[in-house]
Design a protein around this ligand. Structure first.
Ligand SMILES: Nc1ncnc2c1ncn2[C@@H]1O[C@H](COP(=O)(O)OP(=O)(O)OP(=O)(O)O)[C@@H](O)[C@H]1O
Ligand SMILES: [Mg+2]
Length: 497
């Protein structure tokens, strides 16, 4: 058994000889050898890959198939594409079980691990994955701060109004959150933690107002008043999202924020793992997924004109149904407009109805605009919906019924593949080298641990709270913003003045 699976002599990319005959040279075969019509996906760096969707009930091996495709694609890039032109990948793993196999696969590709970043917003007790996320110091991609504040308030309102955090917020409470967030965005040296601080009591709110140099934001902040009980409830909800425990608070209170241009540079793979939210709260998964996918996408949009001649980027979201409500608008835009900017979105979800229920428009857009769809075993209602919506009335009733009943009883590892609304073909997935990935994971444990800490080698220091922050003289505030510069920080101005 090889002691080190990252031996440079190991070929970075292998395709079975028979598969190479059956699929185009720049494509990744998905099916086991001998499958008629050999389903495959174009290797996306040369072709504008187009978006795709992989669906199926739990355990049907969709994540394994996706990881295989991703590892094969990255291996091909490293073996055949010049460094500056390589595709970048951002994988959001909302359940967290796909990261380790992928890391094992990456460890076998010479050079890939050195260009991988690992983020885990729920990393605790010294585990790797923390990262700075001070939204007030992030590149806002040209979005006005008042708009960002409203989006932010809605996201908090949404996630804190469902599930275990259930307590719907009223309109006045949402205004209170967005006005506080807007003032925080306009105040030098602030962080999202100052929103929590300001909402905790009226004196703290006055302290934020006194520091805010934007007159309109300040006046709005002072105009919106809530009764004490509503104020306390608002503070509790915001705190439960922005500061559920010290590590998350420290990420929001950091002195910088993620630099998405670095995380999506050519050849870079960024893995965002969200497997262990505090108390199993899926609302926090949805919150962080929405926040980070939004940031990633708006930075990519802002930095790429259309058509974009540069390197391609794939954003993949495994278990995307967990964040589909909060993300529906941004996912639709990605599916519908990403192509001309060489952005590809791959969505992996359990079933079809969860996506349709989260957003009918997103579901329809996926079926209409996806380059391909891969479906494993589905529950009967999911299968009926898929066949009715994806195949449409053009397919004979008998064919539709046959495919529906086969979809319901597909064994693990078997899928249907359809491309651009064509009739789906059934196939057995290629046997991914899961043993090899697991071996490489063990053999490269030290390098992988170091990679996971690259973005944040030491635990982040405690966040600075509003009451502890040094005073800034008003004259300095108004004339010249002394905020330490995040590299590409633009000064977004509020549309209100
Ligand atoms: N060829 C295989 N033989 C045996 N087990 C496999 C094979 N491929 C995958 N598995 C295992 O089957 C399990 C389910 O696979 P996978 O996680 O890919 O399913 P999934 O469809 O993504 O499920 P979920 O929706 O729950 O995430 C995993 O433990 C995986 O390691
Ligand atoms: Mg999975």
């Amino acid at each position: 058994m090889p002691q080190n699976d990252r031996s440079p002599t190991m070929p970075a990319f292998r395709r079975p000889a028979a598969a190479a005959r059956a699929v185009p040279a720049d494509a990744i075969a998905l099916a086991a050898l001998g499958t008629p019509n050999m389903p495959h996906i174009e290797r996306p760096s040369t072709a504008r890959g187009g978006s795709g969707w992989i669906g199926g009930s739990t355990g049907c091996r969709k994540s394994t198939l996706f990881t295989y495709f991703q590892v094969q694609s990255i291996a091909y890039e490293y073996a055949h594409v010049p460094p500056g032109a390589r595709r970048s990948w951002v994988l959001f793993d909302l359940k967290g079980d796909g990261c380790e196999p992928l890391l094992g696969g990456l460890a076998r590709i010479p050079g890939a691990l050195e260009n991988t970043y690992y983020l885990d917003p729920f990393a605790r007790n010294g585990a790797p994955g923390q990262f700075p996320l001070n939204l007030m110091r992030a590149d806002t991609a040209g979005l006005p701060t008042d708009l960002l504040a409203v989006q932010f308030a809605h996201l908090i309102g949404h996630v804190s109004g469902a599930g275990v955090l259930a307590m719907p917020l009223g309109g006045r409470q949402m205004e209170r959150i967005s006005s506080t967030a807007h003032a925080a965005w306009e105040t030098p040296g602030s962080s999202p933690i100052w929103i929590v601080d300001a909402l905790s009591n009226p004196a703290a709110m006055d302290r934020l107002a006194a520091r805010c140099p934007n007159e309109r934001a300040r006046r709005f902040l002072q105009a919106v008043r809530l009764p004490p009980d509503a104020m306390a409830a608002t503070w509790t909800r915001v705190k439960s999202v922005l500061s559920p425990y010290a590590e998350v608070e420290n990420m929001f209170g950091a002195s910088s924020s993620l630099d998405w241009s670095r995380l999506t540079a050519p050849g870079v793979t960024t893995i965002v793992r969200m497997g262990d939210p505090p108390g199993g709260s899926l609302e926090l998964v949805e919150f962080f997924a929405s926040l980070l996918v939004r940031q990633c996408f708006s930075n990519l949009l802002a930095s790429r004109q259309s058509p974009w001649p540069g390197h391609a980027t794939t954003i993949a979201i495994d278990e995307c149904q967990l964040a589909a409500v909060g993300l529906q608008d941004v996912l639709r835009r990605l599916v519908e407009t990403g192509r001309s900017r060489n952005l590809q979105i791959l969505l992996i979800s359990q079933g079809t109805r969860a996506l349709r229920d989260a957003s009918g428009a997103l579901f329809e857009s996926l079926l209409t605009n996806s380059r391909y769809a891969i479906t494993g075993r589905l529950a009967s209602a999911d299968a009926a919906l898929y066949v009715r919506e994806a195949l449409g009335p053009a397919v004979a009733q008998s064919t539709a019924s046959r495919i529906t009943s086969e979809l319901i009883s597909l064994p693990p590892g078997e899928f249907y593949f359809s491309e651009a609304n064509g009739l789906p073909t059934r196939f057995r997935a290629v046997d991914a080298d899961r043993e090899g990935w697991a071996r490489a994971l063990r053999a490269n444990a030290t390098a992988i641990e170091a990679m996971k800490r690259r973005l944040c080698p030491r635990p982040l220091p405690p966040a600075v709270h509003l009451e502890d922050a040094p005073e800034v003289a008003p004259a300095v505030r108004a004339a010249d913003d002394p905020v330490p510069a995040t590299p590409q920080r633009r000064r977004p101005r509020s549309r209100l003045g």
